[in-house]
Design a protein around this ligand. Structure first.
Ligand SMILES: Nc1ccccc1C(=O)C[C@H](N)C(=O)O
Length: 286
């Protein structure tokens, strides 16, 4: 029975600039046929109780199985904004997204998986997953953080992004829940154009900028978010003619990433990716 390798990999000098990598040890010598799941945790850009460990259930269910020889996982920590528990944390937008882009770039340079990866994001991690697809974040703001010599997501954009309990529009979130402005201002500063620019649902141009799949999961039992964030984003995408898969699931805000429904949804996306690759191989006459 194949074993697994799990290790911690720093991608920057800050203690939170680190990730866990899960690899099947079997056939480790050939990484070319590998697919990657990259998980981005949530927690309102600040909550230290959310971390890379939030992917434990998902990666154990999918990567740590006896049959798996091709699927690899990475789960990212990134610098956080201040919270009551960790007032010393001082990240501010765009630090969080810069870390996510740096981490994915690091993985890509080390393992060279091209577009054979998917991003899975929970809550603020879903916001980050979607932000990372848009080259706007490699613009002026980030030049000082990500060396401009590094191309925007080398290897290409992921085949799919799976978002659960996501925050898609900061202005709309604060409109619905005025008291959430404390954590939004903490991470993004007082209300400004930045809130719009950082909101996937407010960014036009999805159709032309991203050709992968977007899957949105939202729980009706989420005590922190109603369906409004998800439906608002789906409407914005559909208005542009982007097809999006929506799934209503169960569980509290911080339980969805521990549940089976996320595992099943990610498995389905991976299965369809396999088919895409077979079709591509057939089309190319391999
Ligand atoms: N309040 C939220 C609303 C929407 C999405 C996430 C949260 C949070 O993660 C709260 C977090 N536990 C906090 O640090 O306040």
């Amino acid at each position: 029975m194949p074993g697994f390798i799990l290790f911690r990999e720093p991608y920057g000098p800050h203690p939170l600039q680190t990730m866990d990598i899960h690899l099947p040890s079997y056939k480790m010598r050939s990484l070319d046929d590998k697919k990657w799941i990259i998980f981005i945790h949530g927690g309102a850009w600040r909550d230290p109780s959310n971390s890379k460990a939030d992917a434990t259930r998902l990666l154990h269910a999918l990567v740590h199985t006896p049959q798996n020889t091709t699927l690899c996982g990475a789960t990212l920590n990134y610098r956080l904004s201040p919270s009551d528990r960790e007032p010393g944390n001082n990240a501010r937008h765009p630090d969080h997204i810069a870390d996510v882009l740096t981490a994915i770039t690091f993985l890509q340079q080390k393992y060279q998986f091209g577009r054979n990866y998917i991003l899975v994001g929970h809550s603020a991690g879903a916001t980050l997953a979607l932000q990372s697809l848009r080259s706007i974040y490699n613009g002026r703001n980030l030049d000082s953080i990500i060396p401009s010599a590094v191309p925007f997501l080398p290897g290409g954009l992921p085949r799919a992004v799976v978002c659960t309990e996501g925050i898609y529009s900061l202005p709309d979130l604060v409109d619905e829940y005025p008291h959430y402005s404390s954590f939004i201002e903490n991470a993004f500063g007082p209300p400004s154009q930045v809130w719009f620019d950082a909101s996937p649902a407010c960014l036009p141009g999805w159709k032309s900028e991203y050709d992968g799949r977007i899957v949105i999961l939202q729980s009706t039992e989420d005590e922190l978010l109603s369906l409004r964030q998800a439906t608002g984003f789906v409407k914005a995408l559909e208005a542009e003619g982007v097809s999006v898969d929506v799934e209503i699931v169960g569980g509290k805000h911080d339980d969805v990433f521990k549940g089976d429904e996320l595992v099943v949804a990610v498995k389905k996306v991976l299965g369809e990716m396999n088919m895409d690759m077979k079709e591509l191989a057939a089309a190319l006459d391999f």
